[in-house]
Design a protein around this ligand. Structure first.
Ligand code: FE2
Length: 283
């Protein structure tokens, strides 16, 4: 059986100008350095790292310059999508060689990785916190999904979740036209995962009949306030990323194989330690 395809997803890096803390408290550059070190330490290494938006915070040219310096240490190749804190123009200028599908406007991309297609959708709306997939993007998605074999699995990545999380102040700025995305996904069974960011929390649900995730952040988390108890807040919780693994199907029951998403904490932890001693017995 061929080895699984490993797609690491990191999200919401919020890089600030050098020496500046996010919200006066969070060193997002140091957090990204620890994240890059954790990704570089993965064995086997990921085939690719998808960065699902909010690469920088303001956005400023100097923030993208610092981001590029920090990402230069990342050993696996990476792909980028804008979030609401990004600028399409500054991203195009900072990363001019990305294979963007359009020469202007949304920064959509398709990236084939061995047996999989990764489709990166730009849900950003210039100057606005909420997300929207514009009509050219939706048409491009539908047409692109129709091109390859309908048995070739596709994973969709975008910044804004197309579903409500229950966190009131984030739900009013999620993907506002999820109803435009759902019929396209339903039309193409090869879509096996919808992976978002924006909320800085590991979250799992179903959308349009497919698994849908939100990637945790390497820095701070949005406070898990499901009852509007507090003003919008964040907490510095354990940093993490997602590792989406795709295994080719072994039976007719799994024509698209299987995507398994792992939550991977970032940090130095005790272990790994063996379960079994030299005599083969459980310790
Ligand atoms: Fe965001």
């Amino acid at each position: 059986m061929p080895p699984p395809v490993l797609i690491a997803q990191i999200s919401d890096l919020h890089i600030k100008p050098k020496g500046t803390l996010a919200y006066g408290r969070v060193d997002t550059a140091a957090a990204l350095e620890r994240c890059v070190a954790a990704l570089n330490a993965l064995l086997p290494p990921p085939d690719v790292v998808v960065i699902s938006g909010d690469l920088v915070d303001t956005p400023l040219v100097e923030e993208y310059d610092l981001l590029k310096k920090l990402l230069a240490r990342l050993e696996p190749p990476f792909l980028i999508i804008p979030g609401n804190h990004d600028s399409r123009e500054l991203m195009r200028a900072a990363f001019p060689r990305e294979p963007y599908a359009f020469s202007s406007g949304p920064l959509n991309q398709i990236c084939p990785v061995r047996g999989l297609d990764l489709l990166l959708l730009d849900s950003s709306v210039p100057g606005q916190p909420h997300g929207l997939l514009d009509e050219p993007t939706l048409q491009w998605l539908d047409a692109t999904l129709a091109v390859s074999s309908q048995l070739r699995p596709a994973l969709l990545f975008l910044h804004h979740p197309p579903f409500a999380t229950g966190i009131w102040h984030m739900d009013r700025q999620n993907l506002l036209n999820a109803s435009g995305l759902a019929p396209i996904i339903k039309k193409h069974p090869r879509v096996q995962l919808v992976a978002a960011g924006h909320v800085h929390r590991a979250t799992l649900t179903m959308f349009a009949g497919r698994p849908a995730t939100i990637c945790p952040a390497p820095n701070h988390a949005v406070d898990l306030d499901l009852f509007h108890l507090r003003d919008p807040s964040f907490k510095v919780e354990p940093p993490a990323f997602h590792l989406h693994t795709w295994f080719p199907g072994e039976s007719a029951d799994e024509p698209f194989g299987r995507v398994v998403t792992h939550w991977v904490p970032i940090g130095d932890f005790d272990g790994p330690h063996p379960f079994f001693g030299a005599d083969g017995k459980l310790l």
